[in-house]
Design a protein around this ligand. Sequence first.
Ligand code: PLP
Length: 380
Amino acid sequence: MMKVEFFRHNIDEQDIARVEDVLKSLFLTTGKEVAEFERKFSAYTGMSQTVGLTSCTAALHLSLLAFGIGRGDEVITTPLSFCATANAVIHAGARPVFVDVEPETGNLDAGRIEKAVTGKTKAIIPVHLYGQMCDMKKLREIADRRGLVVIEDAAHAIEAERDGVRVGRLGDAACYSFYATKNIASGEGGAVSTDNGDAAELLRMLRLHGIDKSAIDRYTKRYRHWDMPVLGWKYNMDNIHAALLVHQLDRIDGLWKRRDRLWGIYEEELSGLKDIELLKTVPGSRHARHLFTILVAPEKRDAVLLSLQENGVGVAVNYRPIHLLIYYRREFGFREGDFPRAEEIGARTISLPLYPKLGEDEVRTVVSVVKKALSGRGGN
Ligand SMILES: *Cc1c(COP(=O)(O)O)cnc(C)c1O
């Protein structure tokens, strides 16, 4: 039996050599490598500032704080995301308010946002699900009219563009993840990009306890006492992780092209089958091709999932909706039926392997295993 892993990373010899250089140097924590990564990331996204962090969860948390969102505030977001999106709102002291998604993309439905806005609403966190950007023009227009901050959860979507607008451009800040299975990965890692210089300055303090001088400043410049104007966290990216990302960023478009090609094969082979539905790539957009998902009948999903796994194909479920997780049900009283479109996708979705090292023969293997599983002939 051929084993097709769910994910394999892209770290190459050049990345490893770069980490080796850092390990042999004097300075391991936030310094020159992080600064270079931030510069290159800003250039790639077209934003003026990037702040390197330990995770996207940290990026979401600190972005909310940097824009003054906290206790008593409400933040509108999608229930169809990784729990980190809504957890960050709670970490900031605010309350997540879910709005249901578009059935054809799984993204936050901009047309439903205004009904959820109250006097306490301060921000919207759209998630560019699986790499397909939300309708940012519409979201920005609503946010401007209602005086709301927009923080993009771009964990899936570094490469994305829609309606001529790159990811992150219409948000007040955008948050990225370099977690082990993301489009570029350093094991753990994240960043915020923004064009707001004051927010970036505050983010740099908030990522390091709230102190006003980083270790590299204290070390390389003439000693000056530091102080702590605000209460921060310990979320600063270090040089080791940055070293893993710098060259991946040089290769990012080639990696995207490869995933785009594999995506095309999946789409060709799986669209039009009566037991499978695929989500839509919005015309006029560059989908970041992060996760390839199929939708099957809810009563068949878990059987198909297990059958794929038993036949050597790595799978995942992205995502069972956040509002139905135990904590959210208990703390907020959410129930089944609250967000039916997100629940439907959550009950039907299966993520298939998609990464640049995946062979075209492996994609075809996955396709045939999927077809067999759906026809009920999934045994060994
Ligand atoms: C992975 C992910 C996160 C969290 O990223 P970390 O870097 O692991 O904190 C947040 N949102 C979405 C949509 C994700 O997929």
